[in-house]
Design a protein around this ligand. Sequence first.
Ligand SMILES: [Ca+2]
Length: 359
Amino acid sequence: MYNDLNYMESRFFKILIFIFFLSTFKASAHHSGNCDALKDYDFTRFEDWKEEVISMSSEYNLDSSFVSELVKPYEINKNVIGNDKCQPEFTLTFSEYLEKRISDLRIKNGLDKKSKYSDLLKNIEKKYNVQSRFILSIWGLETAYGEITGNYPVIESLLTMSYDQRRRNYFTKELFNAFKIIKDGHIGIVDFKGSWAGAMGQNQFMPSSFLNYAQDFNNDGKKNIWTDIDDSLASIARYLYGVGSNKWDSNYTWGREVIPPKNINLIEPDLFIKRDKGCLAIKKLSKKIPLSDFRSYGFKKMNGKDLDNLNIDSYLLKMGREKGDFRYFIVYRNYLNILSYNCSNYYALSVGLLSDEFK
Ligand SMILES: [Ca+2]
């Protein structure tokens, strides 16, 4: 689940753009038009690319006339290229980022949803063995609880992203996954919408995640993550539940912020090791040691109390860019499942901290 760093980066930047959009309002609507990268961009071969896509149909066991009908109506979407190429610089500190993401309004709306859907959340928690506060948190952070799900036709976005050479392989596969979703009849083409990069519905699944994890929780024969809240929330839970040995453990939480010991500078070189595998966010984690070892090092809970004397896999994470801005977190295995949703520590910590508000 940690294998597509580039896409995960782009997904992370999507969030940043969203913040940018919130903070500058309409300025960003003109942003893409001012970007130099678009001036020299070759938009002229898009029709050729559509033909190439159609010619690949049989490799994906799809009928070329079916694919042809799906791609025909679309032109290249310059906003999609603009969003991809002209991402604004990120200037928020980590703490400022958290403040924006875990706003009072998002907490309040989450608590409202928690009581409104309490029966549903209980049923989902029981079936997938994932605490519902994490499901609420991801729902809230991805789409403001289903309010902002994206208005780009999924096929148009994926055709455009796959036209671009940089990540053609990845987005071509996702494009064909999208065709499959339409073929399977989960959603009509008119309602088949998502973010500019093709993340869909209330939980912002890419088509491959949809095919692997989307759930039909209300048993109507359709996996509808666009307008069906049962299906959307169950799909988040199924994703977090994980695959292989990387299973969610509902006996534990995600982790916590901690106060580092006074000699933190001395012990950091021992704890932070070089990792070869995993996305950037995984590489930032310390080596894995039992929580009780962090307790022995002298890390404390934020209320000044000792950490629990537990033998569970734990990692230290240091956030912030400079002295005075540093914050430390100890995270457990469930945290890795949150990272699999979006491999960014900014993202995963905000999921964890927001979930704490829904305890
Ligand atoms: Ca359904």
